[in-house]
Every structure is written in C-alpha cells, then in structure tokens.
Design a protein around this ligand. Structure first.
Ligand code: DO4
Ligand code: MG
Length: 278
C-alpha cells in the first residue's frame, strides 16, 4: 500500500486504485498505533476514487509535516571510497574509513519540512559550492515510538567541494534550502522492505543521459534497525522522523550538477521521485 500527501488530502493506493483517507492531519495520521492495520481498514471501508491515473491531476507534496529529516552516511563502500578521494588532499580521508568500520554509524541532521521539496519541485545547489551531486537514498519513515512504519525515496543533495575541504563543514555541505527531496509516497507493508530492493538514478541534461546506475540495498553495511536504534538513543521525535540511509550511487569525480539537470530516483515498491535543479 502507498500513502500520498497532496495539497488537499491524504490519498491511499492499493492494487493501483486510489482511496481518500478520512484523516486530514498528517502528523497524527502517521503516528497512529498501527498505521499498516489502520490504512488497510480504511481502504476496506472506502469506495474507490479512481485508478492511479488520478494522481496525475493531484499536486503531490513531500510526505512530511513536523518530522525532522536525518541522514546516515558512509553506509556503503562506494560512499566511503568517494569521500576518501574527495578529502585526500586536505587530510580528512581516514575519518570515512574509520566511520565505515566503527560500531557507531555516522548520523547527521539533514532538514526540516521547510528545507525539503516534493515530487516535481526544484532542488537547489549552493551558490558557494563548485562540486555538487544528488544522493539517491532509501528513506525510512519512523513513528514517534521508534518503529519503522514505511519507506520513501530521498535525495540527499550534497556539496562535495565543501565537505571535501573539511569534514567539519558537513552541516553546510548537507543542509541548506532545497537540499532534500522526498517522495513521491510512503510505501507501507506488513513486512520489512526486501533486501533485493533496487535503487536507480538517472541524471539528464538537455535530454541527454549524464549518469545512470542502479544498486540493491543489500550492499549496505548496516541494518535499518541498527541506524534507528542509534538515532533514538538520546533523541525523541514527538511526530516521528525520516532517516535517509546513505548513498551507493555516486557519479564520477568529473561530474557536477548544473541548473536545469533532471534527476530521477527510482526505488522498487515506492516509485519515482523526479526533480529538476533550480
Ligand atoms: O560523510 C558524509 C556524508 C555521507 C553521506 O551522505 C552518504 O554516504 O550518503
Ligand atoms: Mg547521503
């Protein structure tokens, strides 16, 4: 089942049919005791509004309201290697190797709703950054009790020049207006998402493919529950939170995003998150 946040209501999808939720408040909807069971019951007791074609006429929003967005880093070998390369001249490289192998994961605060964009909206690159990439990441949706209740697609837009200059600049490389895209929906299921789930990313410039690759999430070094356990150790989230789980798809070192580039992130079960660079 999938959940969509639109500018007017909460929509539910099951078997390619769309239903309207009776809930209107996103925060309380998300933090119901058993979201999966509640959504299933809502669908069973509702009439079909239409097929998924109906979504084309809706304004989909980022599936977030009062939730904080956090992110995990260096959870894939590819990310460790890319970070070691970008910071080798400034001496920061060994930190990435250390965190990849450490018990404690790298977790950082990424954004609140006002710094996030939804499907079809524009992501941004910083004006003071010279090397910029999107990071396609499976994003966990976690309720206020620390339970993973669903999954969405995330783009952890990043400045490689700023992070590469000094790892202590990470918050500036990662958090700025328009630095996170999430959506198009929240996928919920009775069981955890399959380890065979594929994430792919396509970047197009003037209609031409500049980068295209895919990976399965079973390449990740850490488990989802391990990341959530660390995040909730000393932080409470009254409205729940979102956690980006790290990237494994990193374009070559000669690639930097430009204004107008179209980024399509596709994750099995969830769908496509498309954004253009402002
Ligand atoms: O260590 C810096 C950030 C890493 C990251 O965002 C990722 O691996 O996805
Ligand atoms: Mg990332």
């Amino acid at each position: 089942m999938k959940i969509y946040k639109t500018n007017t209501e909460i929509l539910l999808e099951f078997n390619r049919n769309i239903y309207a939720s009776r809930h209107t408040l996103w925060d309380s909807f998300l933090n119901q005791d058993n979201l999966y069971k509640e959504v299933k019951a809502e669908i069973a007791g509702s009439i079909v509004l239409g097929t998924i074609d109906l979504l084309k006429e809706c304004t989909l929003q980022a599936p977030i309201q009062s939730q904080e967005v956090w992110a995990a880093g260096v959870t894939y070998m590819r990310s460790r290697n890319a970070r070691m390369e970008e910071s080798k001249d400034t001496g920061g490289g060994s930190f990435y190797d250390m965190v990849y192998n450490a018990v404690r994961p790298e977790l950082f605060f990424k954004a609140t709703a006002n710094r996030c964009v939804g499907p079809g909206e524009k992501v941004r690159i910083r004006k003071d950054s010279t090397w910029n990439v999107p990071e396609p990441e499976l994003t966990l949706v976690i309720n206020n009790k620390g339970k993973i209740i669903g999954y969405t697609a995330g783009n952890d837009m990043s400045s490689r020049s700023i992070e590469g200059e000094n790892p202590l600049y990470l918050p500036q490389a990662k958090s700025y207006d328009g630095s996170a895209a999430i959506g198009p929906c929240i996928f919920i299921s009775a069981t955890p998402i399959s380890p065979e789930t594929k994430i792919s990313m396509l970047i197009k410039r003037n209609g031409l493919s500049m980068y295209e690759d895919e990976v399965t999430i079973n390449k990740m070094k850490r488990s989802h529950s391990e990341l959530v356990e660390f995040l909730f150790r000393e932080c409470s989230f009254p409205h729940g939170c979102l956690l980006m789980t790290g990237t494994c798809l990193v374009p070559g070192n000669d690639f930097t995003l430009q204004s107008g580039d179209e980024i399509t992130i596709r994750i099995d079960h969830i769908g496509e998150l498309q954004n253009t660079v402002e």
